[in-house]
Structures are given as structure tokens and as C-alpha cells.
Write a protein that binds this ligand. Structure first.
Ligand SMILES: [Zn+2]
Ligand SMILES: [Zn+2]
Length: 321
């Protein structure tokens, strides 16, 4: 489908996911009939512009039955807690529309294995806030990038991440709220923890006695960190490796992003579903895999032009057998 690029569309590029203004799906007429869903849980990272409860309505109108949000600005240390009425509204709308799970992505600033004490302290406080907001909103999962151990060793980083995460949730009751922290695999950049399934598995294993935990696997990160998700045999082998390390049952959320960069490049650049190096057939195989029937699939694709969010959700849904 050709995409008309207007001046306004170009202007929107700079603001990324913050879809305020006239292109916001909430500014369009409400759908007369409920959007069609598939048998799978499919969603997208959704803007909370105007209030966290607005994200649920946006996800519904985008035809999603799951979603991911930031519960505060991902680039600011200061975070305000949602009001009680907002938490109630999030729960009410999620129930009304049958939207679950609600996934929260941790702020980009948080680094649970920072070698800088001041930064680490701030990260621990911020992460505790993330967990508290997640519990208030009735979220099921909080996704966390395991962090960067620059200035130390990988083992120190791993140990620090375990201690910092445990410290952050001290005294909070995650288990009875059915709330889990999900460690996301990363693109494998130098000093970043979690660039292989083994590393994520090790962190998950060390955290398990202290906190309810699982993993979130990102298709773009998996591809650029070197795994084969493109060929049919390669994907089967990659899923086997994932099962042997983290365990597929411990991966309730997949981030579905195509990749702009080559396999093994370690460059984390997300692309629209089917328009990158991973390709549409690989996503078809992935989301229809009976081994992943329990998982939610959530896109974190770019918004280069108005409507890209809807197009990527539709692209994933069109693949469901
Ligand atoms: Zn991701
Ligand atoms: Zn990424």
C-alpha cells in the first residue's frame, strides 16, 4: 500500500511513539463494531498520552487484546504515580475489552548493574516505583533490560543485577498479585547483560528464589545478537535453544519487531513487521508455533508515518492461522 507522506507526517517522525495530536486513534471516530481479534494475544507498545487509562482505549481501537506501556516517562527519573481512579479505569477497561496481559516496560534510564553508585541507587528507587505502579495498575508483567556492566566484569554485573532487583522489591507482595518481572534479551552490545539466552537464563535462575520472574524475548534482539530466526530450520533450532536454557514456559511475552540490521550485527534498530531482515514468513512461523501458544506477541515497531501502529498490528494478526 503506498503511503502518502505529508509535511505533518514528517513532522511527527521526531516525536516517535508519542502520538498526541490529530493522528491519535482516539481522535478518530470510535469503531461502530468491535475490532476483529484472532485466537492469539497480539498487541503493540501504546502511548499513554493524556493519562495511563487512555492507552487501554487506544489498544482496543487498534484491535489489540494485549498491550505494553511505559508507566512513566521513559527518559525521566521523576515519576508520578497514577491516581486511584486511573488505576480503576485501567482495570475496568481491560476487563470490558478483554485486554490482557497488561505489560509495562521499565524506563530506559534504569540500570540495575551500574558501576556508578549514584546511578545504581537511583535505578533501584526507580525500579521499585515501576513495580509499585505495575501492582497499582493490575499489570501482569514488568519488562526489564538487565543492564550494562561497563567498568566491571560480567559476573559482577550479574551479581549486582540480582542484588539490586531483590532490594528493589523488598517488602512488596508480587506473588499474590500474579505479577512477574520479565528479563528481556538484548541485542548483545558490549557490556550489556542478556545478549544470549544463557545469560538471561542465568539471571532468571538466580532471581527465582527471590522474586517471581520470567523472560521476554525480542525477535529483533535475538536476530542481531546472532541467532537464526529467519530460516525455518534456524527458527526451530533457536526455539530449541531457548527451551533448553530459559524454558519456553518461562517466556510469556515476545516482542515482535523486524530488524533493520543484519543477523549478528548487534545493532538494535526495529523495523516494521515484514519490512526488515527477519521477514514476514519468519513471523508467520513464530507466532503460529504451537510451542508458543501461551505467549503474548507485542510489537515495538517504529511510527514513521501515521497509522504505522495499526498497520503493524494488522500485519501480525493477518499471519494467524
Ligand atoms: Zn523489546
Ligand atoms: Zn530493541
Amino acid at each position: 500500500m503506498p503511503r502518502a507522506v505529508t509535511t505533518k507526517a514528517i513532522k511527527k517522525k521526531s516525536s516517535g511513539r508519542d502520538l498526541a495530536g490529530e493522528y491519535d486513534i482516539l481522535k478518530q471516530p470510535a469503531p461502530a463494531t468491535p475490532p476483529k481479534l484472532t485466537r492469539l494475544r497480539i498487541g503493540i507498545h501504546t502511548s499513554t498520552s493524556g493519562g495511563v487509562e487512555k492507552a487501554i482505549e487506544r489498544a482496543y481501537r487498534l484491535g489489540c487484546n494485549t498491550l505494553q506501556i511505559f508507566s512513566s516517562s521513559p527518559r525521566m527519573w521523576r515519576a508520578s504515580s497514577p491516581e486511584m481512579w486511573q488505576c480503576n479505569e485501567v482495570r475496568r477497561l481491560s476487563e470490558l475489552y478483554g485486554i490482557a496481559p497488561l505489560v509495562i516496560h521499565t524506563s530506559y534510564l534504569v540500570n540495575m548493574c551500574s558501576k556508578t553508585p549514584e546511578f545504581l541507587d537511583k535505578s533501584i528507587v526507580a525500579f521499585r516505583g515501576e513495580v509499585q505502579r505495575g501492582l497499582s495498575l493490575g499489570a501482569q508483567y514488568l519488562v526489564l533490560h538487565p543492564g550494562s556492566f561497563s567498568g566491571g566484569t560480567r559476573e559482577e554485573g550479574l551479581q549486582c543485577a540480582v542484588e539490586s532487583i531483590s532490594k528493589s522489591v523488598d517488602g512488596l507482595d508480587l506473588a499474590s498479585s500474579n505479577f512477574k518481572i520479565l528479563i528481556e534479551n538484548t541485542a548483545g552490545a558490549e557490556y550489556s547483560l542478556g545478549g544470549s539466552f544463557e545469560q538471561v537464563a542465568e539471571l532468571v535462575a538466580r532471581l527465582r528464589p527471590k522474586v517471581p520472574v520470567g523472560a521476554c524475548i525480542d525477535t529483533c534482539h535475538t536476530h542481531v545478537s546472532g541467532y537464526d530466526v529467519v530460516s525455518e530450520n534456524g527458527l526451530a533450532d533457536t526455539l530449541k535453544q531457548l527451551d533448553n536454557t530459559i524454558g519456553l514456559e518461562n517466556v510469556p511475552v515476545w516482542h515482535c519487531n523486524d530488524a533493520k540490521a543484519d543477523r549478528g550485527s548487534k545493532l538494535d534498530r526495529h523495523q516494521h513487521i515484514g519490512e526488515g531482515k527477519i521477514g514476514i514468513d519468519s513471523f508467520r512461523r513464530l507466532i503460529n508455533s504451537p510451542m508458543l501458544a501461551h505467549a503474548a506477541f507485542i510489537a515495538e515497531t517504529p511510527i514513521d508515518e501515521p497509522g504505522d501502529d495499526l498497520r503493524n498490528v494488522d500485519a501480525l494478526k493477518s499471519l494467524v492461522h
